[in-house]
Design a protein around this ligand. Structure first.
Ligand SMILES: [Zn+2]
Ligand SMILES: [Zn+2]
Length: 335
């Protein structure tokens, strides 16, 4: 018998940390057993906790952003070894559909993502397919590695923009993902980055991470236009702003998660080839690339991780994550 600690959303709004004695399940040939060290709380976890997520309702074990140690490997596993530090891609792809065969596992339907429709990672021992594991250098601290998932979201988003759209980029919204996108834009060679964000501290961070300017909503000049606009909010007002701030021939990327249908100004978009693209999650190469960014310090998480709570205070951690003054809240498993 083994002692397993896990975080459970027992009901809407209720978070508990449970300790159980259980038998560990045997590994299949392609699986690995992992011991998470840290996991990050995401806005989408809060959405599930509040009962507002379309596919996932309490009770469930949350968690899709983790840094973990590999503790056991299945008979056929050769891409990871026991003791490796890994990030685990939470997309449990079917590997059979058209999207999976094209390597676009983020488009596999219906999506089986850990912490939503698939078992969450917020447990001290878990079994995952080896192919979901991305190995990080041992020198990279686990609390930094835990940021790989949001960084992968950001890298994927910036990659959706064609090179020509990267000359002058507007980012609307500078929370965890917006600030990660600013860093990804800088690392990936964007020209001038402008940010619109209501919170003054987050505006300061946007400039620190590479934006030339960070403005409060309403402060942009009336005729300022951009080659690329990334809407990290996806409200009606922001998608409208994005579509009207983009130059003819430019590209808008919707990165925020809209909570319903949105109108877009199609006449001016159609006539002047303003394209609207979307970004949802990431593909495996995004993880490998951001692990390299985190390892050599190009991507800086120090101002992004505002809090770390021990696993037994998971309820407090989720409370803290709801406060707008927090950015990324981590939960630490017992060492
Ligand atoms: Zn997330
Ligand atoms: Zn699939």
């Amino acid at each position: 018998m083994n002692k397993i600690t896990r975080v459970v959303f027992t009901d809407i709004g209720k978070v508990t940390t449970e300790h159980n004695e259980t038998e560990l399940p045997p590994l299949k040939a392609h699986e690995v057993r992992i011991a998470p060290a840290f996991f990050g709380i995401c806005g989408s976890d809060l959405h599930v906790l509040a009962g507002g997520h379309p596919f996932a309702k309490p009770p469930l074990v949350p968690g899709h952003e983790i840094a973990a140690v590999v503790t056991e490997i299945g008979a056929d596993v050769d891409r990871v070894s026991v003791g490796d530090h890994v990030v685990v891609d939470p997309i449990m792809a079917c590997m059979e559909c058209r999207a999976c065969k094209a390597g676009r596992f983020n488009l596999c339907e219906p999506p089986q993502v850990a912490g939503f429709r698939a078992a969450g990672f917020a447990r001290s021992s878990h079994v995952v397919p080896a192919r979901n594991c991305h190995v990080a250098p041992q020198s990279l601290p686990m609390n930094v590695l835990a940021f790989a998932e949001p960084a992968a979201c950001a890298r994927h988003c910036v990659n959706r923009l064609p090179k020509s759209a990267l000359e002058e980029v507007l980012v609307i919204g500078a929370g965890t993902i917006g600030l990660s996108i600013v860093q990804a834009l800088r690392i990936m060679g964007a020209g001038v980055i402008t940010v619109v964000e209501p919170d003054a501290h987050k505006r300061e961070l946007a400039v620190k991470f590479g934006a030339l300017r960070a403005l409060a909503p309403g402060e942009l000049g009336a005729d300022e236009r951009f080659t690329g606009v990334i809407d990290v909010v996806a409200a009606q007002a922001t998608i409208n702003e994005a579509c009207t701030r983009v130059l003819a021939g430019g590209v808008v990327v919707c990165m925020g998660v809209p909570n319903g249908p949105r109108e877009i100004p199609l006449p001016s978009m159609q006539r002047f080839e303003r394209d609207l693209l979307n970004s949802g999650m990431y593909i495996p190469e995004d993880f490998d690339e951001v692990i390299a960014w985190l390892a050599d310090g190009r991507f800086d998480t120090r101002d992004l991780v505002t809090d770390v709570f021990p696993i037994d205070q998971a309820d407090k951690a989720f409370q803290r994550a709801k406060e707008p003054s927090s950015i990324k809240v981590l939960i630490q498993f017992d060492a």
